[in-house]
Design a binder for this molecule. Structure first.
Ligand SMILES: Cc1cc2nc3c(=O)[nH]c(=O)nc-3n(C[C@H](O)[C@H](O)[C@H](O)COP(=O)(O)OP(=O)(O)OC[C@H]3O[C@@H](n4cnc5c(N)ncnc54)[C@H](O)[C@@H]3O)c2cc1C
Length: 319
């Protein structure tokens, strides 16, 4: 019996989402009375530090970092059998989601995606909760298959130090060549990755045009925040598609979400309403977003945002 965590390192190093997955795996293992094993594939700088977040063992499989869902699923399936994993944990990233589905099909296993609770052991299975109906309700699932698969919502399980770094052991599993070959990988560089960001500054059609985004980027820079946008803004190419949040975009759970010139349509809220604190800046006091806001400013964003930025910059300089 064990909890197996896939600690992804697609860019060659361990990122926060992998640490969160291990932190979750550790808590799950505690609840289940077993140990948490982390598996990395390919180059994974910082893998030994996963011991800090609760991995009793960290294994590495020598394979390419170029993600191939079929190859990675095969490796993880072998690892789950080898280590006798009852629960297999993934981050709710694009690769985590595609692997979780494949593993669940392979093992005929119960699957919960974007879990928000650590499992509790009950009725001969595991109970795990997640948000449903665009985050308006929670559902608790009873997982009763021998093997269970879960992806965990980002920014939900904080990686806190519970142990010490461990030596990474290599494990020999069949990493057969896949049926696809990766010709090119384009990654977003320089910016704070949106799904991992604690602070997000987001803007919508109220910005009037892409030429006005300088004030959003300045505010994001001052805060060290990631930038996001509403869907219509990405659809008309004012902003890149990877910034689009909502029902059909990225779902995020930052500590702070600042929504500027966004009306707060239900499809937008679906991706952001799990944020801990929501600040809305909108000139229309009737904008629906104010109902979901913790703090709201009714005003013209072209006046409010530069003043907010100047005040934050001053605060930062003095603290
Ligand atoms: C199937 C489906 C899926 C969808 N998925 C998504 C999704 O994933 N994400 C998403 O975002 N949308 C999604 N949408 C679209 C969604 O319904 C809304 O149309 C969209 O979110 C509106 O974007 P917006 O708030 O930027 O624009 P608008 O609705 O045009 O709102 C602009 C806001 O800016 C304010 N404003 C204007 N000027 C200023 C100013 N100077 N100062 C301050 N405030 C100002 C206005 O008062 C207004 O509230 C989806 C729609 C459908 C049908």
């Amino acid at each position: 019996m064990a909890v197996l965590v896939f600690a992804e390192s697609l860019t060659g190093s361990i990122k926060k989402i992998a640490q969160e997955a291990v932190a979750y795996g550790y808590q799950a293992a505690q609840a289940m009375g077993t140990e948490c094993i982390a598996l990395t594939i390919g180059q994974a700088d910082g893998a030994g530090d996963l011991g800090l977040y609760g991995a009793a063992k960290v294994y590495n499989v020598d394979a390419s970092n170029d993600f191939d869902a079929q190859v990675y699923a095969s490796i993880l399936g072998q690892a789950a059998n080898k280590f006798g994993a009852d629960l297999i944990v993934f981050a709710h990233s694009s690769s985590g989601k595609s692997l979780a589905g494949r593993l669940a099909a392979r093992f005929d296993a119960a699957l919960v995606t974007a879990a928000t609770s650590v499992p509790t052991v009950a009725d001969g299975g595991l109970h795990i909760s997640k948000g449903v109906f665009s985050g308006k309700a929670f559902a608790t699932y009873a997982l009763k298959t021998d093997k269970k698969v879960v992806t965990i919502a980002g920014n939900t399980f904080r990686p806190t130090a519970v142990g010490a770094a461990v030596a990474v052991e290599s494990v020999s599993l069949d990493a057969a060549t896949g049926r696809i070959s990766v010709k090119e990988v384009n990654t977003v560089t320089g910016a704070v990755p949106l799904p991992e960001a604690e602070l997000v500054v987001s803007a919508g059609r109220g910005m009037k045009g892409p030429e006005n985004w300088g004030i959003i980027e300045e505010l994001a820079d001052t805060l060290g925040a990631a930038t996001a946008c509403s869907r219509p803004v990405a659809d008309v190419h004012w902003r890149p598609h990877h910034e689009h949040v909502g029902q059909t975009g990225v779902a995020i759970r930052p500590t702070l979400y600042i929504a500027i010139g966004i009306s707060g349509a239900i499809q937008h809220l679906a991706g952001v309403n799990q944020s801990k604190v929501i600040v809305v800046i909108n000139k229309d006091p009737e904008a629906p977003f104010f109902k979901a806001a913790d703090y709201g400013v009714v005003g013209d964003l072209f006046e409010v945002v530069p003043k907010l930025n100047a005040a934050l910059a001053k605060f930062k300089a003095n603290n």
